[in-house]
Design a binder for this molecule. Structure first.
Ligand code: PPS
Length: 304
C-alpha cells in the first residue's frame, strides 16, 4: 500500500507518533498492547529461528548475516525483499490492512526467521515449549542509548525522545519502548544456558566479524566454504549494508523514517557515546549502571 493510500485511510494517525501504554510495566505502543493476547498466544514452530535483541543492539546486522548464511551467500536471494519483510517482527502491530509481524509470520513458509525486541519474560511461551533456536545480541548501554536516541528522532513510529538530557533519564528509567536495557540484557543472559540461545555481543561482532559469524554458523549447524564466508563478511559489513536498500530502511516513506534527520545506518561503530556524553553525564551514568547491573555475572567483553 502506498503512503497516499495510507493517508486516505487515515492509517498514519494510528502508528505515527503512537500512543503508548505499559504491559506488565514494559512500555509498548498501544497497537502492540491491543494485539498482545494474539502475540502471547502465538504458536511458534520448532524450526523457527528467532533473532532477539534490545532495540538498536545489532538486529538488522544479525538478520543480514543469518539470511546470507541461510542462502549460502547468494546476495540476489537476500535482496528479495526488505529486511522487515524477510524476517517478521513478532510483536510489531500495525493497523489493518497493513501487515503486522504475526500476519507476515503466519503467511511465511517454514523454516522461518523472526525478529523480536521482547524482554525474555514476555516471549510467548510457545518458543520455550518448542525449544526453537534463538540468537540474542547485546550491545553496550551507552552506544545503545545514543543509537536509540537518534533513531527516535528520525522514526515517527516510536515516541519522540525529547532533548538529549531528557532522553538519558528516560533511558535509565527504562521508560522507552521494550523497557529497561539493563533488565533486558540480564534477563536473556540468565536464560541462555537453559535454552537453545546463542548470546552474542555487538562489540565482539565489530572486533572480529569472522569469528562471530562462525559462532552463528555452528549454532545453525551450517557448513560453508571459506569463499562463501568471506562473501558474507563483506556483504554484511557496515559500509555495504549502508548502501543496501533492502537492509537500510530507505524504502520506507520519509514521513515514517526521515534519514535526513539521522540515517538508520548511522555510524555502526563502538564507542560513539564518547561524542555525546559529557564527563558529568558519563559519571552519573556509570554510577547508575553499577547499581542496575549489580549481582549479574554479565559483563561486556570490550572496553570502549
Ligand atoms: S532496530 O531498529 O532495533 O532493528 O535497530 P538495530 O538493527 O538493532 O540497530 C541499528 C544499529 O546497528 C548498526 N548497524 C551496524 N553496525 C555495524 N555493522 C553493520 N553491518 C550494521 N548494520 C547496522 C546501525 O548503524 C545502528 O547503530 P548506530 O550506532 O546508530 O549506527
Amino acid at each position: 500500500m502506498s503512503l497516499e493510500e495510507m493517508k486516505d485511510l487515515h492509517l498514519e494517525e494510528k502508528y505515527l507518533q503512537p500512543e503508548t501504554t505499559e504491559i506488565d510495566g514494559i512500555l509498548m505502543t498501544m497497537l502492540i498492547s491491543d494485539n498482545w493476547d494474539k502475540t502471547w498466544n502465538s504458536q511458534t514452530k520448532s524450526d523457527d529461528l528467532l533473532i532477539a535483541t534490545y532495540a538498536k543492539a545489532g538486529t538488522t546486522w544479525t538478520q543480514e548475516i543469518v539470511d546470507m548464511i541461510q542462502n549460502d551467500g547468494d546476495v540476489q536471494k537476500c535482496q528479495r525483499a526488505n529486511t522487515f519483510d524477510r524476517h517478521p517482527f513478532l510483536e510489531w502491530s500495525l493497523p489493518p490492512p497493513l501487515n503486522s509481524g504475526l500476519d507476515l509470520a503466519n503467511k511465511m513458509p517454514s523454516p522461518r526467521t523472526l525478529k523480536t525486541h521482547l524482554p525474555v519474560q514476555m516471549l510467548p511461551p510457545s518458543f520455550w515449549k518448542e525449544n526453537s533456536k534463538i540468537t540474542y545480541v547485546a550491545r553496550n548501554a551507552k552506544d545503545c542509548l545514543v543509537s536509540y536516541y537518534q533513531f527516535s528522532r528520525m522514526n515517527s513510529m516510536v515516541p519522540d525522545p525529547g532533548t538529549w538530557e531528557e532522553y538519558i533519564e528516560t533511558f535509565k528509567d527504562g521508560k522507552v519502548l521494550w523497557g529497561s536495557l539493563y533488565d533486558h540484557v540480564k534477563g536473556w543472559w540468565d536464560m541462555k544456558d537453559q535454552h537453545h540461545i546463542l548470546y552474542l555481543f555487538y562489540e565482539d561482532m565489530k572486533e572480529d566479524p569472522k569469528r562471530e559469524i562462525e559462532k552463528i554458523l555452528k549454532f545453525l549447524e551450517k557448513d560453508i566454504t571459506e569463499e562463501v564466508l568471506n562473501k558474507i563478511i563483506y556483504h554484511t559489513s557496515f559500509d555495504v549494508m549502508k548502501q543496501n536498500p533492502m537492509a537500510n530502511y530507505t524504502t520506507l516513506p520519509s514521513s515514517i523514517m526521515d534519514h535526513s534527520i539521522s540515517p538508520f545506518m548511522r555510524k555502526g561503530m563502538s564507542g560513539d557515546w564518547k561524542n555525546y556524553f559529557t564527563v558529568a553525564q558519563n559519571e552519573e551514568f556509570d554510577k547508575d549502571y553499577q547499581k542496575k547491573m549489580a549481582g549479574s555475572t554479565l559483563t561486556f567483553p570490550t572496553e570502549i
